[in-house]
Design a protein around this ligand. Structure first.
Ligand SMILES: NC(=O)C1=CN([C@@H]2O[C@H](COP(=O)(O)OP(=O)(O)OC[C@H]3O[C@@H](n4cnc5c(N)ncnc54)[C@H](OP(=O)(O)O)[C@@H]3O)[C@@H](O)[C@H]2O)[C@@H](O)CC1
Ligand SMILES: Nc1ncnc2c1ncn2[C@@H]1O[C@H](COP(=O)(O)OP(=O)(O)O)[C@@H](O)[C@H]1O
Length: 297
């Protein structure tokens, strides 16, 4: 099931088909609105980075309803953002948040978002909300986060899940995931019933029903703080703009996730030109990268 031969390397030709281009009759709502609950007192920058990337990936509007202290920073960077709740076509939740403190600050908001059933990106401190979400979910862990999530999942579900995991030798240590990322991305998708986008030098995207994609070729300069938050923003924007496709075919979240990862890698390459980059540099390179992808250059 998860052997290397079954993984398809995602390319620019395929990605082009999953980008949404606004039409003459579109307005900001028909293009898609992304709701964002990210950032915290300790990590406000994660919210700024994700929102910046989402806006630059071509979403119709962003509603940011995370912690109010963080909201000021987000709005200072991007006055286009709307700071009040309302209808959204997709959610981005968790970057820069901690599992322990999030409920205290945001309990009701998170419950409501999870109940809406729209496509949702769960990152960092919200990965475990996969157990509550009603719509199509894309999880975006790095190796350590996936190890923690699988451990918590086994513990939470008690003996039943432990038995299931035991067939595979129990929940993996982070070193096992690092040694076999394809295997564990696939198993996690099946066990959690969600698309898993496992981050690293190669990004692995696994859908529970079997679709398997890789994205390689990002420059190693991308291994710098906050670039995962930027990826979350790009992915959230693509889910919001392709919400109609996902409503008809929930499996579309996997190729859309692969497209987001490829766009992220190409933007990093464009920003880097062989030299160091910051996370904001990657976000700022997204519009020109989208244009180049669409024109086939
Ligand atoms: N600008 C922002 O707002 C940003 C916000 N961000 C947000 O931060 C949150 C946490 O995400 P994360 O992945 O960084 O932390 P986490 O999974 O808890 O892993 C911690 C592990 O790292 C290790 N470790 C630490 N220091 C080390 C060192 N010097 N050298 C070697 N190891 C070191 C440490 O090991 P230990 O020190 O315990 O041995 C532990 O194992 C997340 O919500 C993300 O969105 C980020 O995107 C960045 C920009
Ligand atoms: N060696 C590498 N080469 C290319 N890309 C990398 C490498 N290491 C990490 N990445 C990418 O950088 C991003 C880092 O994300 P993440 O680990 O969430 O960091 P952060 O929490 O600081 O945002 C991911 O998109 C990942 O795929």
């Amino acid at each position: 099931m998860d052997t290397a031969a079954e993984w398809l390397e995602w390319d620019e030709r395929r990605a082009r088909e999953w980008l949404a281009v606004p039409r003459d009759g579109d307005d900001k709502y028909s293009r898609g609105v992304l709701g964002v609950i990210t950032g915290s007192h300790d990590y406000p920058g994660a919210a700024v980075l994700g929102v910046e990337a989402a806006m630059r990936a071509g979403v119709g509007m962003v509603r940011y309803t995370g912690p109010s202290a963080v909201r000021h920073l987000v709005m200072a960077r991007r006055p286009e953002v709307v700071g009040v709740g309302g209808r959204v076509q997709a959610w981005l939740i968790g970057s820069g948040m901690t599992t322990a403190r999030r409920t205290l600050i945001l309990g009701g908001e998170l419950d409501q978002a999870m109940a809406e059933g729209v496509p949702t990106v769960l990152d960092a401190g919200a990965l475990d909300l996969v157990h509550e979400a009603r719509g199509a979910v894309v999880l975006t862990p790095h190796y350590r986060e996936l190890a923690t999530l699988l451990m918590e999942t086994a513990r939470r579900a008690g003996h039943g899940a432990v038995k299931v995991s035991a067939e595979h030798g129990g929940p993996p240590h982070v070193d096992q995931i690092a040694a076999q990322p394809a295997l564990w991305a696939g198993r996690a998708a099946q066990q959690l019933g969600a698309t898993v986008l496992l981050k690293g030098a190669v990004t692995y995207i696994a859908h529970p029903d079997g679709a398997r994609f890789t994205v390689s070729g990002a420059p190693s300069w991308l291994a710098t703080a906050g670039t995962g938050d930027v990826l979350g923003g790009i992915l959230g924007a693509l889910l919001a703009t392709r919400h109609r496709t996902i409503a008809q075919d929930p499996d579309a979240v996997a190729p859309i996730a692969a497209t987001a990862a490829l766009l992220h890698a190409l933007a990093a390459r464009r920003a880097s030109q062989g030299g160091p980059i910051t996370a904001l540099d990657v976000a700022e390179a997204v519009p020109a990268t989208v244009a180049a992808l669409l024109s086939g250059k």
